[in-house]
Design a protein. Sequence first.
Length: 408
Amino acid sequence: MGFYPGQSVGSYRIVELLGQGAMATVYKAKHSLLDRFGALKVMHQFLVNDPHFIESFEREAQIIAKLDHPNIVPVYDYAEHDGNRYLVMKFIEGISLQTVLEDGPLELNDIREVIAKIASALDFANVQGVLHRDIKPSNIMIDRRAIPYLADFGLAQAIEEDDEGDTTTGRIIGTPAYISPEQATKGAVIDNRADLYSLGVILYQLIVGRIPFRGQSVAEIIQKHKTEQPPVPSSLNPEVPRALDKMLLKSLAKNPDDRYDNGRDFVEAFETALRAASIDSLNAFERHSIKFSLAKVRPKQAVIPRGSTLKPEKTGVTPIANAEKTTPTHGSKPSLPKKPVGGAAITPLKKRGFNVDLALIVGFFVVVAVLLIIVFAVVIGQQNAARPALPTVMPTLAVLPLEVTPGA
């Protein structure tokens, strides 16, 4: 059984449901003494006796707890309530980068800010021995001050002490559109450059206006990440300066050794390419700012991003333990049947209300049309009744002269 609004859980009182994912449900909760809100993430009941998921959930709490960085969502608490394990993270009021992109392409200055902050967060996590392994727009939160945060370390992995990195065990871990080739290759060594590859996909998307690899299936997209070269950015979007082509393609190199070694080098190469192109904006007329998206009125959203859950038996993709589409108040919009980046989207009640309003409008016009037809028929009838009757024309008989035959 999950929690409910008004329930006390440890030092927190549940305020409302924010979203659900494959492994957990997320609630907005308020600390009874500190007078602050948190995002309370509780493991689903059917997983509480599964040692694998319990270990994964605890690892997530331990990993986030040691990541004290201004652009990483911090964890406040981890505990158990009536057999339900939960962790509490900082509640971030805002939207996800995925939601921002649904409004259209971003202005260059905002792109530079987001990329610089998230790259710094990844470098910090790497120094602490942590790989995120699921970098994507719905896992980047933007708060009301337009500050970006890296969130959802549900798939995070501690780097082995022997510094050889993590090796995949046959499961594909990550999101297909942003996954690195090594994450999709059995037995490949995974290190921080896998996260930088995913960040490169995001930068490519922000600059060009689309992700580098598309496909009709998960398997097709993953295969392209492993074997195909991405389209040259300027060939897809002429406004992209040629100086930026080389930097973006290097960030998406198949071999990790051909990529940037860390986030600092990644950002420096990006800025160098912009200076070489002598540009400070990208078609500003068609791009919008993050502040525009933040100010936009939206349906109620969730607080933690919810990623699409792919069935392992069909796709080989590990379900993502988060809560995201439509995108959220902690960041991303929970996912609706897509699209949507990735929160608790428009509720069925609101959708039914829209249908009712439409039916009323249509019904109104039908009634008006029927009344007009009735009125028209009555008027025509009255006009016919008032018209004088035509005189009856009696048929006349022709009188023919009688012809008398002499001698008859």
